[in-house]
Structure formats: C-alpha cells, structure tokens
Ligand binder design. Structure first.
Ligand code: GLC
Length: 633
C-alpha cells in the first residue's frame, strides 16, 4: 500500500506518474519535525537493514553511514564520500516491519542511517517542501514493485546496446576508431559500439563535429555501420558561449540559459571554456535542446551519452575573479603556512561550489527558482530533453541514451553509467554493490566503466572486471585521457579476453529477456541475497554476491592474485564456469564453498530446477543468432 504525504507546495519533479490521493499528515507513520527543515526519523531494531539510495558508495546494506542526495561531479569514489552523480531518494527498511520511503524533493537531503546514533535514522530536507511516499508490504521485493509501479516503466534500449562497447577519452581522429574496430575484429573480440568522447567535437561545442578530424562524418558513420559498429557521441550540459555558434546564438536569443542574480546569463567554465547552462527545467528549453540531437542523428548516429549534467562547474566567472583578486593581494609578499592553505582551498573550492549553485536561477513556468532548490533534477531533465525527443520522433527502443547525473523519473527514458571510477580492485566490488540499489530506483540499463576510468589498469584487473560486466546491461570499457590503454587487445594473450567476451554474447538472449521482463513487471534484475533468503542469516549479510533474475546468482572474483573465491550458496545450486564455448558444471550443496576461477572464466550459479538459454558466440549482435539457443544445463 502506497501513501502519499504532501508538505507545503513542492516542485514537480515528474518522478511519479500514478495519481495517488494525498493522505493527512496526521497519519504520517514516522516521527516528524517540520519546524525549519523537514526531519523524518525512525528507530532501527538490532538486525534491521536498509537498502536503496541507488548510486552511492559503501555497502548493499546502507546502515551505518551518512549519505547526501546531491548530484556531484565526484571523481574519487571512496568510502568517506557522501554523494555521487545521482539522487536516488528511495530506501527500503527491512526488519520485523518492512517499509519503503521515497522522498520526492529536488534539493539536498541528508540520510543519517545509523551514523550519528547506531539505532537512529534521521532524514533531513533543507526545506519542508516535498512529497513523501510511504510504502508497506510483505517483502522487500513487493514494496519495490509497488514503488516501481508508481514511477512508471523502465527504459528499454535497442538490443545492440547489450553488445560489448569500447570507449576512451582520447580517441580523436577517424583512424583511432577504425583501429579499435579492426583490432577487435583481428583478434576475434566481439564489439558493437565505439564511443566518441569530447574530442570529436569542434572546440568541445555540443552538436558539432570537428571537420578536420572527420572530413565526411556521415560517410564515416555509414562505414562503421556497415561493419556493424554503432558510434555513440557524448553530449555535455554546458553550451559554449560563442557568437556565431548557432546553438549558443539561438539559446541566447530566446533566453534559454540559466541566469544570475541580475538576470544576466550565468557564466561558468567547463570543457569548452565559458558556457551557458541550458535551463532544462523550462519545457521550451527541453524541446529546443532535444531537437539539437537531430543534427547528429541525421548523420546516422543512433546513441548518445549525456555528461557533466550535475551540472559540473569547474569554476564560475564570478568565483574565479574573486579568487584571482585574493591571489593579487598576496602576490609578492611572504605568506604564512595557514594563509598558504587558505589560498589553496580557495582555488580548489572553485569547482562545483555551493556558492555557485546558490547563485543562478531557472525559469519554471514563469517562476524564478534558485538552482540550489532544484539541483538534483537538472541532469535528469537534460536527459529527458533527449529521451522525450527520441521517443516522439523515432519511437521507443530505437535510440540508446544514458546519462551521468540522474533523478528517479529519468529511468523511464534513459539509463545511467556510474561515472568516473578508477582502476582499483575495490571498484569491482563497488560496481556490484550499486546494482541492486539503482535497480530499486528503476534504473535497469546501467553499468560502470569496466577496467576503471581513472588510474592505470592491469591485465588481471580488466579480465576480472569484464567477468562482472558480462552480466551488466551496459557493458562498456572506458578510461580517462592519459591512463594506460585498456582495450581488450592490449595485453598479450588476447584469447583470454576473447573467452570472456564470448560469454557475454552467449548470454545476451538471457540478459535481454530478463531485462525486458524486469522492465515490464517492475522488477529488479539484480537483488541482494537478503531479498530472496530473508530467514538465512548468512545470506542476508552477503555483500559480494547478487541474485540475477529468477534463475541465477553471480559471484565475481574481485581481488588481486586470487585463483578463486569463497562463495555462499543459500540453497543447492549448479556452479557453472563459462569460457568461450566451454561450459564447466558442478552441482553443489547449500553452504560455504571455495571455488577455483581462472582469469578467462565467468562464474555463475544456477538455482535448482532452473535453467538458462545460451546462444552461439558472435562477433556482434547483428550476427547473433537469438533463435537457435541451447540450454545451459
Ligand atoms: C567526464 C566523464 C568521462 C569523460 C570525461 C571527458 O569525466 O565522466 O566519462 O570521459 O568527462 O569527456
């Protein structure tokens, strides 16, 4: 049963699509304090667990830490952070009593989930202006289904988006892309997509292509298509402020950019230099921005990734000027150590500063709204601009679109990726832990940068990470400019990589079918073991294995120099290792086991009485035979 409570006059985030009568606040089931901020609190039983919050650091069970819903351009995904790129404001509390809470509020929320007091949860909203949904049900999965029902069906991308994808910030000229394609081909490595990072643009201007690098872009896209490769360009939120650049000129003329206190265009620095931030909260702006994608679609492109849309701000022009004035004051004289640190902090504090987020404005149906109050829906509304345009012009399931920043609601028109992780072993596990949380919030098409975005990868790290990526709907290898090359053909014996990637294609029919079912039935693809085995204490606490669909359990290796791992079987299962065309099977009893897993093997556990289909390996989805399947067991 879903109950909706309204506090004052909240901004419409478009997260919920179902009409629900508003209940009387007197019936609100948790302790409430709406004096200045809005605080909701409840006490936890000793073994109560908390799930949700989507894209966040730390465990599957969120208890014991303090999180903040504040979409952040955060490159350091470590445990002591409180926010990443998205705001997924839904949790399920699992104890004697089970309930879900969705806080539909577009500004900052602090979730103190047993951090200050181990048994107390306090959810604090900056302002008492929100819709809060309270959902109770028999099981976690049932509560989540009810929630998913009110937020609408999850986005389904085209089938080819389930193929293996290669990306790198730094591929710039045509030959770079052709090399990637040919090296995969030559080495029997499957591939469906190659990503175009900001380097393809003319001076990092959205919806432009650098003519020197791509003299005939349309012919290039066509040639790639003929080789069954989809090119996926990036689009950033900020539009370069440059007279003569038609996107900027039109946006400027129509007043489509966010404004500062004085009504002038808010100016900040991102990749292209000074940009205007389109006011995506204005429907006319969304309609206009969505239309811009047509320029690239007309060249044959059929997928995009939206970036820097928290929005990421390297500096604001005003902030930078103030900081430079400060520097001028100390120039030429000796400074003390504290003054040095203060100066350093001033410079570092320019990036993504709250001061800046407080200093610009949106026009929502004629009402001037401070960005800070709607920050968490900005990126989601950028992606809506694209997704809604694609749906209207080209029909559902035709274009691939996913975003870095998101808010619940955007799951209906796009996927997400988990942003700038690093080539760290701990980030394989972090990737796994995020999956159930984002699924709870409706985001099914998702994945991490496999191999890691920042830092330098190693061969074994990449192989182990790909063996997890084999199961995530978005399976993309991506890295940052200047880091060690990490395409699958860069590390000597390519066969081991071919063995792992072949497994992905063997599993696509199963993954795709499970994905579709989960979208249609408002279900999760990846679940914590706790949801399926609520009475099994060991299963409830497992943080490094997940249930996949109704048939399997996954348990990847995520540590260096390990030839296997410990795994807990909550019931009798068949342990399967897939590698190229090889399948190893062993029936195992419920309980703790140590299993050997080589670098070219993908481990999987099938529940008793269940089976999954396998396709023949293929070099891309166009060649994949999805009709003639064999049973794994
Ligand atoms: C951001 C994105 C990353 C991209 C880079 C350059 O850091 O998260 O994926 O490669 O910008 O565009």
């Amino acid at each position: 049963m879903v109950k909706k409570f309204r506090f004052n006059t909240p901004i419409d985030t478009e997260a919920v699509v179902e009409h629900i009568e508003i209940s009387d606040i007197g019936e609100f089931p948790l302790a409430l304090d709406c004096a200045e901020k809005l605080k909701l609190s409840f006490t936890l039983g000793e073994s109560d667990m908390i799930f949700g919050l989507g894209e966040t650091v730390r465990g599957i069970n969120k208890r014991g830490w303090i999180y903040e819903s504040w979409c952040s351009d955060e490159t350091n995904h470590v445990e002591d952070k409180r926010s990443l790129y998205s705001a997924h404001n839904f949790i399920v509390v699992s104890g004697k009593k089970k309930f879900g809470i969705f806080v539909d509020y577009p500004s900052k929320i602090v979730w103190d989930l047993g951090y200050t007091e181990p048994d107390e949860c306090v959810i604090t909203l900056d302002k008492p202006e929100a819709d809060i949904y309270y959902i109770d049900g028999e099981t976690e999965r049932d509560i989540i289904r009810q929630f998913r029902k009110i937020i609408g069906k999850s986005y389904i991308p085209p089938l080819w988006a389930f193929g293996y994808q290669q990306s790198c910030w730094g591929y710039s000229k045509q030959e770079d892309f052709i090399n990637v394609r040919e090296n995969h081909r030559k080495n029997n490595l499957p591939l469906d997509c190659i990503y175009m990072d900001i380097d393809y643009m003319d001076s990092f201007k959205d919806f432009t292509v650098n003519k020197k690098l791509f003299p005939d872009f349309k012919a290039f896209v066509k040639d790639m298509k003929e080789h069954d490769i989809h090119l996926i360009p990036i689009i950033d939120a900020g539009v370069k402020k440059e007279t003569g650049y038609s996107v900027y000129d039109e946006g400027h003329e129509k007043g489509y950019f966010c404004t500062d206190e004085n009504g002038a265009e808010f100016e900040c620095g991102v990749w292209p230099g000074i940009v205007g931030l389109p006011d995506f909260l204005n429907p006319d702006v969304r309609e206009w921005f969505g239309r811009q994608y047509k320029t690239l679609i007309d060249t044959g492109v059929d997928g995009f990734w939206n970036d820097m849309n928290e929005p990421a701000i390297f500096y604001s022009v005003k902030g930078l000027n103030k900081a430079l004035e400060k520097l001028d004051k100390i120039r030429g004289r000796e400074i003390g150590i504290w003054e040095f640190f203060e100066t350093k902090d001033t410079m570092l504090g320019l990036q993504n500063s709250m001061e800046d987020y407080k200093s610009f404005y949106h026009n929502i149906n004629g009402k001037r709204v401070c960005h800070k109050d709607v920050h968490n829906i900005y990126g989601a509304f950028m992606t809506k601009a694209a997704g809604e345009y694609f749906e209207k012009e080209y029909g559902k399931e035709k274009k691939l679109i996913f975003s870095r920043a998101s808010y619940i609601g955007a799951h209906r028109i796009s996927g997400i990726w988990f942003g700038d992780n690093s080539s760290r072993w701990s980030h394989i596990l972090l990737n796994l832990k995020m999956l159930p949380g984002v699924n709870m919030c409706g985001f099914l098409y998702c994945g991490a940068d496999l191999g890691g975005f920042g830092a330098n990868v190693t061969r074994d790290l990449l192989l182990r990470w790909l063996a997890l990526g084999v199961f995530t709907p978005l399976m993309r290898n991506h890295r940052a400019l200047g880091t060690r090359a990490q395409e699958a053909y860069r590390f000597g014996d390519v066969k081991e990589f071919a063995d792992v990637l072949a497994v992905r294609y063997r599993l696509i029919p199963y993954i795709y079918k499970t994905f579709r079912r989960c979208s249609e039935e408002d279900d999760m693809m990846f679940r914590p073991l706790a949801f399926d085995y609520p009475d099994d204490k060991i299963a409830r606490e497992v943080e490094d294995q997940l249930m996949l669909g109704d048939e399997c359990m996954i348990a990847p290796v995520y540590e260096q120099n390990k030839s296997g791992r410990n795994v807990y079987l909550p019931e009798d299962m068949t342990f399967v290792k897939l590698s190229g065309e090889n399948v190893f099977k062993e029936v195992m009893k419920k309980g703790l086991h140590y299993v050997e897993i080589a670098l070219n093997e993908v481990p999987l556990f099938i529940k008793r009485g269940k089976n999954i289909p396998l396709a023949k390996p293929a070099l891309n989805t166009a060649q994949l035979d999805t009709e003639n399947l064999e049973n794994l067991l």
